[in-house]
Ligand binder design. Sequence first.
Ligand code: FAD
Length: 561
Amino acid sequence: MKKGTKDKNGMNFSVLNRSEIIDELKGQEFDLIVIGGGITGAGILLDAASRGLKTALIEKMDFASGTSSKSTKLIHGGLRYLKQMDFALVQEVGTERAIVHRLAPHLVLPEKMLLPLVENGSYGKLMTSIGLKVYDVLAKVKGDDRRKMLNRKEALALEPLLPKERLKGAGYYAEYRTDDARLTIELIKTSLKYEGMAINYMEAMDFIYDEGHISGIKARDISTGNSIEVKSKVVVSATGPWVDELREKNKSLEGKRLHLTKGVHLVVSHKKLPVKQSIYFDIPDGRMMFAIPRGKITYFGTTDTDYKDSKENVETNAIDVAYLIAAVNQMFPSIELKDDDIISSWAGLRPLIHQDGKSASELSRKDEIFISPTGLISIAGGKLTGYRKMSERIVDRVIKKVANDTKPKFLECTTDKISLCGNEFRDYEEVQKYIDDIFGKIKTHGLKYQNAWYLVTTYGKQTEIIMKQFHAFEHEDPEWRLLRAELHFCTEREMILTPMDFFIRRTGRLYFDIDSIRSYRSEVISEFFNLTNAAGAKMEQWTIELDNELDRHSNFESVEV
Ligand code: FAD
C-alpha cells in the first residue's frame, strides 16, 4: 500500500472497490474475524495482521461510529483513576501515551493540562502535588513534561478566565490529545499493509458453528441488504456497548454484564469560551470535567449518567446541556454561557463492567475479556489510550487457538514500532516544520495557517496527496478547492459510503467546524454523488440525513425528569 491508498493486493480502500472486497471476504477462510470497527477492533486488526494472522474486520455502521468518535479525545493517563487507587491502569495507559504519540505524532499531539485548585475543590495543594508526582513516576514522564505546581498568580497568567476569588493555585502536567475517529481509521488503513482487511456497513447477524464451536459469521451488507458468510478459525467481538448483544446471540451471556453510562460534550465557538489551553476542573457535584480549545472552537465535558435507551441513537438532551453549562459558568464566571451558544455536541456510551452498588462515576474503566464455551472472545471496557495493550492481550489469546502443526508460530507483537499511515515524521518538531511548510504553499492562495494545521494534524504526510489534488482543481474559492481535494482523498482511500462519514468521522467537521458543513453541504453531496456514480434518489436522501444530523447535534430536546 502506498501512502494509505491500497492494500497488499493493490486494491484501493474505497467504496468503488467495495464489491471486490466483499468477494474476497467470502472467498477465503480467515484466522481471525474481528467484529466491531471502533478503536479496540482496529487495534486488534493491526496487531493480528502484523503478526501474520489473516484477519478481517467488519463494522456494522461506519468505522468509529460507536464510542470511538465520542470520547474526550485525550490520550491520557487518567488522573481520576489515581483517585480510585487504580495504579495498574494509570501505569499502563500513562506509559502508552508516549508510545501512541510516537506512532502518530501528527495525530496524537502533546497537550499541557492545567488543574486549578480552588476553595473546597476535590484536590488540595499537597494531594495534587503528590498525586501528579505519582502520576509522573507511574507513567515514566521525563524532563520538562514533569508536573509543576503553580501559585495563584502563575495559574492566572496561564488562564485569566479562572475564578480569581476562589483560586489558590494549579497543577500543570502533560497529556496528549487526538481525534479518536481518525486514530481508528489510520489503524485500519495501516493494517491493510499486512494481512488485514476491513469493511464497514456490514453487520454480524449470527455465528456459524461447527461441532459446537464458532467457525465463522453470517453478515448482512447494510448498503445492499445482501447476506454473506465468512469463515474463520477465531471470532473476536470488539463491539463496545454491543458486546452483551453478541454474547446473547451466542447464548453465552452469563456472569458479568455491561453497565452503560452516557457521556456528553458540548461545543462553543472559541470566542465564546476563549480558554488559552486545556483545563481539567472541579464541578459542583464533586466530579471533574475538561474544557479543551481546538482551532475555532472549545469543547467541554463530560457527563456520566446511567443509560438504558437505544444504543443506536444516543442523544444530548436539555438536562445534559444545563448541567454542563452550569459547571462551566461556575469555573469561568466571566463567560456567562447560554444554551444558544452551543453550536455542536456529541454523546457516547462507556461500555463499563457492572459492579454491584457502584455509581456510574465509580465504575472501573479496566477492560474485561469474556471467553465463551463456543470460543467467542469478547472484549469491553478499557480506554482509547490503552487500545494497543488491550489488542496485544487479545491477539496473544487468539494465537494460542490458531497455532497448529502447520503454522506453529506467529510473530511477537510489534505494534509499538509500527508507524501509522500519515506518519513519516521523526518527532513532533518535524510535524511543526511540516505545518509551516504547507502554510508556505497555501498562503499564496489566500488560505490560513489554521488550514495547514488542520490538514497536517488530520492527515499527516498524506496532506501531500491532498495538495496535489488541490493544485489540479480550479475554482475561485480556495476553501472549496481544498475541501473538494479532501473529499477525493477520503473517497478514494478511506472507504466513505456517505457524506456523513466524510463530515463526521473522517474530518471531524461536525464537531470542530460545523459552519463549513453549512457552507459547502450541497457541493460536497453533489461531488460525492458524481464520484461514486450513485443512484438518483441518493442526493435527496443524503441531504435529508445530513440536515437531521446537523439538527440532532445542535438542538436539544427537553426531557421529563
Ligand atoms: P466502539 O467504539 O463503540 O466500537 C464498537 C463498534 O462495534 C461500533 O462501531 C459498532 O457499530 C460495532 N458493532 C456493534 N455490533 C456490531 C455487529 N453486530 N456487527 C458489526 N459491528 C458491530 N478514553 C480515552 O482514552 N480518552 C478519553 O479522552 C476518553 N474519553 C471518553 C469520553 C466519553 C464520553 C466516553 C463515552 C468514553 C471515553 N473514553 C476515553 C473511552 C473510550 O472512548 C472507549 O473506551 C473506546 O472508544 C471504546 O472503543 P470500542 O472500540 O471498544 O467501542
